[in-house]
Design a protein around this ligand. Structure first.
Ligand SMILES: Cc1cc2nc3c(=O)[nH]c(=O)nc-3n(C[C@H](O)[C@H](O)[C@H](O)COP(=O)(O)O)c2cc1C
Length: 153
């Protein structure tokens, strides 16, 4: 059994809805999925299994308020997570220019700092192009799960 932990960051609910759809879609006999809607550091340190960040971007390339406690605690306490697989799905809007999907980069940097291992390329979902983020997220996440579970199917 693989236990996937989804860490959600969302202001208006788009990333949250996406995470909930991912849980529905990805859960199976071999995969359990927990969605952390208000993540804290314990969401990471009291759990095992691959970590999937599903966050939007706010402010100027910033992390949504509900995910901020996790981010701040992670950077303060640096609980090492050697080799723990993680992936990043980030929602943004390319009209913001340089800060496009900046929250995903911040989360990636912080997880790399505790030696977690990135699996797959970051999925950037642009609100200028997609109104239903889960349509992009679901196929990407299925492939990501295949990679973290090492399954060939
Ligand atoms: C006040 C505000 C600031 C934003 N800042 C950024 C930003 O800096 N970079 C970016 O890529 N998207 C930015 N966005 C776009 C959101 O990330 C995007 O609309 C996303 O789909 C919202 O997802 P959510 O419903 O989960 O919050 C911003 C949106 C708002 C309303």
């Amino acid at each position: 059994m693989t236990d996937i932990q989804i860490l959600v960051g969302s202001v208006f609910g788009g990333a949250l809805m996406t995470a909930r759809k991912l849980r529905e879609q990805l859960s199976s006999d071999d995969v359990s999925v927990t969605v952390h809607e208000k993540p804290t550091l314990a969401s990471l340190t009291d759990s095992s299994g691959p970590v999937l960040v599903c966050t939007s971007t706010t402010g100027q390339g910033e992390i949504p308020e509900n995910l901020l406690p996790f981010y701040v605690e992670l950077r303060d306490q640096l609980p090492m997570q050697e080799g723990r697989p993680f992936g990043v799905i980030v929602l943004g809007d390319s009209s913001y220019g340089d800060t496009f999907c900046g929250a995903g980069e911040l989360m990636e940097e912080a997880l790399r700092e505790v030696a977690a291992r990135k699996v797959g390329e970051t999925l950037r979902i642009d609100a200028m192009e997609t109104v239903e983020p889960e349509e992009d997220a679901l196929p990407w996440a299925s492939e990501w799960v295949r990679q973290v579970t090492g399954s060939k199917t």
